[in-house]
Design a protein around this ligand. Structure first.
Ligand code: BGC
Ligand code: IFM
Length: 812
C-alpha cells in the first residue's frame, strides 16, 4: 500500500495523507542552519550543532510521537479551527498534500474553502528557515479569518533544555519589536547570539509565553489564544518562551495573500557584545528580513535552491527503462548521500542530536557517496578526519563537529576504523586526480607538532592492521569491527574494568576475518595509489602484505562453504558451520569477495550461494543466521538484541550493498540487481504499510525473518547504507567507476537489459556513456568507442578538455 507517489519531474515525493505509517521527514539546509521537517510540519532546527545550538524544541519519545514540536500554523475562520498542515489540530482537511523536495517541503491543506500552501526551506547561505505562506479563498463568499503561527524556542543546549528545569525555567527572555519576536535567552553571556521569528506584515497580536498562548492544561492541539481567535500579547519572562503571530485577513472570493515568515539565527562577533552592553545587535536580523521582505524574493531563493540541487545531482545521471531505478540513482539516493554528509549521524527521528559526534568510519564511508557532488568539501572532510588519527595509525572512533577534535567518549580500538580512511582517500584521488592531497601536512591527534603528510597517515593506517595481528595471523578485532555489537573480547573484563587493550588476560585474542577481507580489498587500493603516485617501493610492500593476508584468510578464514566471521577470544570460530547460532555472517562474505578472494577456485561463488540460501529474504539479506536466541557473553551486544533486530539477524541495508558488489565481482548481475531492488526505497514503496519508513530514502535496518515484525524498517536517513548502495548501483552494477587515468567501464547487469545511458561529469569533462547489451550477457565488454574511435582498454582515458565525449559500450 502506498501513501503517496513520486513526482520525478519536480524531484519530489508527494504524500497524499497525513496518516503515514510513521512521520515521513525531510531535511532543510545545506551548510550551517539545518531543519528536520515531517509531513505535518513537526521537527526542529539547529545551527551547526544539533546539541549545542538547538533553536527550536522537540520532544523525542512524545506521545503522539510527531506532536513533540514543530512549526505550526492555525486558522480560525470564526466557525472552526484547523491546521493547514493537519498538525497539531488534526482536524480533517478536505485536501491535504505534502511535497518533500530537494531541500524544501511544501504542505497544502484546504478546508472551508480556504486553501493554504506553505513552503518551508532554508535558502542557500542563509541562517534561517523561510516559510512562504499562500492563502487563497477558493469559495464564493468573503472570508474573515485569523492566521496564527507558532514555534517554541529551545534554550540552546538541547540536553540541558530537557534536563535542567530548576534553572532553565527562570532564564527565558524575549523582545518584541513590531512583527518580530526575538529569543534572547542567555544573550548576556559570553556568546552574543539570538534567534527571531518574523513575518513581513503587520500583525494583529503576538504571544511569546507558552502558557499564556496555550493555557495551563491545553496542548498544541487546542491553544486558548487560537480557540478565542485572539493573541494574548504575552511577553515571556522565564518559563517556556515561544513565538506566535496572529494576522487578521479578509479575503474576497478568489483572492490570494502571501506572507513570508522567517525563523532566523544570528551570531554576532564577540566584540559587538562589549560595545553594545545588554542589548542584542539586530543589524544582521534586519538584513535577513530585508532579504525576504516579499514573496517574490522567497521565490527567487527557491529557484536558486533548485538550481543548486540540479547542479549537485547532475554529476551522475541515468536513463534506463526502469523508472524506479532512475529515480533512485538520479534523485533520492544522491540526495540522501548529501544529507549524510551534512548531518552525519547527529539528528533524525532516530538520532536525538544530543548523542554521537561524527564517526570516523561512518564519515569515511559517507564520502564515497557524495564526493562526486562536492569534491572540495570531501577534501576538507578527509583532512579533518585524518587530523584526528592517532600516531600509532589507530583512530578515535568519533570527533566533535564544532571543535573537529577526536573524542574518546566511546573509546577507540575499533580496529576497522583506520582502513576506511585509505578507501576514502583512494576514491577521492580517483574522482579528482588530485594526488597533491597526499602531501598535505596533517596533524596526528590534532597536534600540529605531530604533523606529517597525508600519505604517512595512510601508511600508518595500513600498518595498524599488520601491527595488530592475532594467533592465526588474522587482524585483531579490538573492541569491535564494523559490526559495533560483535564484542568478542568483552567476556574477559573484570566487573568495573573498561576495555583498554586488544590483548586479553590469558594471552588469547579475538580476530576478525572481516577486517582481514577489508585489508585485502582496501590494501590493494592502497598499493595501487602508492604506485600511481610514484611510490613503487611502498606499493610493492603493500602488495606483499596483502598477498600474505590472502593466504592466511584462505587457510584459516574459509570454512568449507563460506568465509568465517571471526575467532573469539578463546580461539573458537565465529560464523562457522560448527556454531549452533550465528553460523554464517554477511560482512566477511562481502568484503573478502570485494577483495578478490575465492574468485579462481569457486569459493567466492559458494559463499554467495550460501548467503542467498541462508541469509536471503524477500525484504533483503539478514546479517547472520541462525539468529542468536540467548545472550552469549563471549559475543557481546549482538546477542542482546531480540532475534531479527539490528545486528542480530536484522536486514542491515549497509552490508546488503557489499553483497551486491560481491555478486557484481563474480559477474552475477542478475543477483546483484535483485538484491538491489529488495531494499531500494523506490521498490519498497508499494508495501509501505509493512516497511513503514519513508519510501524515498534508505533505512539502516529492516527487521529480519526471525523478527515478529519482519519487513518493518527503522532508523531512516542517517546511515552508511546511502553511500554504499550508491556505490553498488553506480559503480558495480551500472559499472561506471572513476579510476586514476579515466573512467573504468565494468558493468554487471541483469541479462535481460538491452541498454542504458549514464552521463557522468568527471574532472570537468562530461562523458555520455551508452551501454548496449545485444548479446544479453551480465558482464564483459566486446568493444568500446570514444567519440567514434575504438579503444582497446576498458578505461575511458581522461581527456581533460572540458568537453562532452560520446562513449559507446557493447557488452558481450
Ligand atoms: C547499535 C549499533 C550502533 C551502536 C552505536 C549499538 O547499540 O546497535 O547499531 O552502531 O550502538 O554506538
Ligand atoms: O558500523 C556501524 C556504524 O558505524 C554505526 N551503525 C551501525 C553499524 C553496524 O554496527
Amino acid at each position: 500500500m502506498q501513501f503517496g507517489y513520486f513526482d520525478d519531474a519536480r524531484k519530489e515525493y508527494v504524500i497524499t495523507t497525513p496518516a503515514t505509517p510513521y512521520p515521513w521527514i525531510n531535511y532543510l539546509g545545506s551548510k550551517d542552519f539545518f531543519s528536520l521537517i515531517s509531513n505535518t510540519g513537526g521537527g526542529y532546527s539547529f545551527y551547526k550543532d544539533a546539541k549545542l545550538r538547538r533553536i527550536t524544541r522537540f520532544r523525542y519519545n512524545n506521545v503522539p510521537l510527531d506532536l513533540g514540536g514543530g512549526r505550526y500554523y492555525y486558522i480560525n475562520d470564526g466557525k472552526e479551527v484547523w491546521s493547514p498542515g493537519y498538525a497539531p489540530v488534526k482536524k480533517e482537511l478536505e485536501r491535504y498534500e505534502c511535497r518533500h523536495g530537494m531541500g524544501y517541503t511544501k504542505i497544502t491543506g484546504e478546508k472551508n474553502h480556504i486553501e493554504t500552501e506553505i513552503t518551508f526551506f532554508v535558502p542557500l547561505d542563509f541562517n534561517g528557515e523561510v516559510h512562504k505562506v499562500v492563502i487563497k479563498n477558493t469559495g464564493n463568499s468573503n472570508k474573515n479569518i485569523t492566521l496564527f503561527s507558532f514555534i517554541e524556542w529551545c534554550l540552546w543546549n538541547a540536553l540541558d533544555d530537557q534536563t535542567n528545569f530548576q534553572r532553565n525555567l527562570n532564564t527565558g527572555e524575549v523582545e518584541i519589536e513590531g512583527s518580530v519576536i526575538y529569543h534572547k535567552t542567555e544573550y548576556k553571556e559570553r556568546r552574543d547570539h539570538y534567534a527571531f521569528f518574523s513575518v513581513n506584515a503587520p500583525t494583529a497580536g503576538f504571544d511569546s509565553d507558552r502558557e499564556s498562548f496555550l493555557g495551563t492544561y491545553n496542548g498544541f492541539q487546542n491553544p486558548d489564544a487560537v480557540l478565542e481567535g485572539k493573541s494574548k500579547n504575552s511577553v515571556a519572562d522565564g518559563w517556556s518562551p515561544i513565538a506566535s503571530h496572529s494576522l487578521e485577513l479578509s479575503l474576497d472570493p478568489g483572492e490570494t495573500r502571501e506572507y513570508v515568515f522567517i525563523l532566523g539565527y544570528v551570531e554576532n562577533d564577540l566584540e559587538d557584545k562589549w560595545k553594545l552592553k545588554n542589548v542584542i545587535n539586530k543589524t544582521k536580523a534586519y538584513r535577513m528580513m530585508e532579504e525576504f521582505s516579499t514573496a517574490e524574493k522567497a521565490d527567487g531563493a527557491l529557484k536558486k535552491l533548485a538550481d543548486y540541487w540540479e547542479d549537485l545531482l547532475s554529476g551522475y545521471t541515468l536513463v534506463s527503462r526502469d523508472e524506479k531505478l532512475n529515480r533512485m540513482v538520479n534523485i533520492w539516493n544522491q540526495y540522501q548521500c548529501m544529507v549524510t554528509f551534512n548531518l552525519s549521524r547527529s539528528a533524525s527521528y532516530f538520532e536525538s542530536g544530543i548523542g554521537r559526534g561524527m564517526g570516523f568510519r561512518d564519515s569515511n564511508q559517507d564520502l564515497l557517496g557524495f564526493l562526486h557532488q562536492v569534491p572540495d568539501r570531501a577534501r576538507e572532510r578527509i583532512i579533518d578526519l585524518a587530523s584526528t588519527q592517532l600516531e600509532d595509525g589507530g583512530a578515535y572512533h568519533q570527533y566533535q563537529p564544532l571543535t573537529k577534535r577526536g573524542n574518546d567518549e566511546v573509546g577507540g580500538n575499533f580496529n576497522d576504523d583506520p582502513l576506511w580512511l585509505i578507501l576514502a582517500v583512494a576514491a577521492y584521488v580517483k574522482e579528482t586526480g588530485d594526488c597533491g592531497i597526499l602531501n598535505v601536512s596533517t596533524p596526528y591527534d590534532n597536534d600540529e607538532s605531530k604533523a606529517a603528510p597525508l600519505a604517512d597517515h595512510l601508511k600508518r593506517a595500513f600498518d595498524h592492521v599488520i601491527h595488530n595481528l592475532g594467533p592465526h595471523g588474522l587482524p585483531l578485532i579490538g573492541r569491535a569491527d564494523w559490526n559495533d555489537c560483535l564484542n568478542l573480547n568483552c567476556f574477559s573484563l573484570e566487573p568495573g574494568e573498561s576495555f583498554q587493550t586488544t590483548t586479553s588476560k590469558d594471552g588469547r585474542v579475538a580476530e576478525s576475518v572481516m577486517i582481514a577481507g577489508m585489508f585485502v580489498y582496501i590494501g590493494k587500493e592502497y598499493a595501487a595509489l602508492m604506485k600511481k603516485t610514484g611510490n613503487e617501493t611502498e606499493g610493492l610492500r603493500a602488495e606483499k602484505e596483502v598477498h600474505e593476508m590472502e593466504e592466511i584468510i584462505m587457510k584459516y578464514g574459509y570454512d568449507g562453504e563460506w568465509f568465517l566471521r571471526a575467532y573469539d577470544d578463546f580461539g573458537r570460530k565465529v560464523g562457522s558451520r560448527e556454531c549452533k547460532e550465528g553460523r554464517i555472517f554477511i560482512e566477511s562474505q562481502g568484503l573478502c569477495i570485494m577483495g578478490g578472494l575465492g574468485l579462481s577456485d569457486g569459493k567466492a561463488v559458494n559463499a554467495l550461494d550460501a548467503v542467498e540460501e541462508r541469509l536471503g529474504t524477500k525484504y533483503g539479506l539478514v546479517l547472520n543466521n541462525p539468529a542468536f536466541t540467548k545472550y552469549y557473553v563471549e559475543y557481546g551486544e549482538i546477542s542482546t538484541y531480540p532475534e531479527g533486530y539490528k545486528e542480530n539477524a536484522g536486514i542491515f541495508c549497509h552490508n546488503n550493498a557489499w553483497i551486491m558488489c560481491a555478486e557484481a565481482v563474480v559477474g552475477r548481475g542478475d543477483k546483484a540487481f535483485d538484491y538491489y531492488t529488495r531494499i531500494a526505497p523506490a521498490y519498497t514503496e508499494e508495501y509501505s504499510e509493512i516497511h513503514r519508513m519513508e519510501p524515498y530514502v534508505y533505512s539502516q535496518m529492516i527487521a529480519g525473518k526471525d523478527a515478529k515484525r519482519f519487513g518493518e524498517a527503522k532508523n531512516s536517513w542517517l546511515t552508511g547504507t546511502a553511500s554504499w548502495n550508491f556505490v553498488a548501483i553506480t559503480q558495480y552494477i551500472l559499472g561506471i567507476k572513476p579510476d586514476y587515468d579515466g573512467i573504468l567501464i565494468d558493468p554487471a547487469i541483469p541479462k535481460e537489459w538491452d541498454t542504458y545511458q549514464v552521463t557522468r561529469k568527471f574532472r570537468g569533462d562530461i562523458y555520455r556513456i551508452t551501454v548496449n547489451n545485444p548479446n544479453h550477457v551480465s558482464k564483459g565488454i566486446e568493444r568500446m568507442s570514444v567519440d567514434g574511435k575504438e579503444i582497446v582498454s576498458a578505461v575511458i582515458p581522461f581527456a581533460g578538455d572540458g568537453r562532452v565525449h560520446e562513449v559507446i559500450v557493447t557488452m558481450g
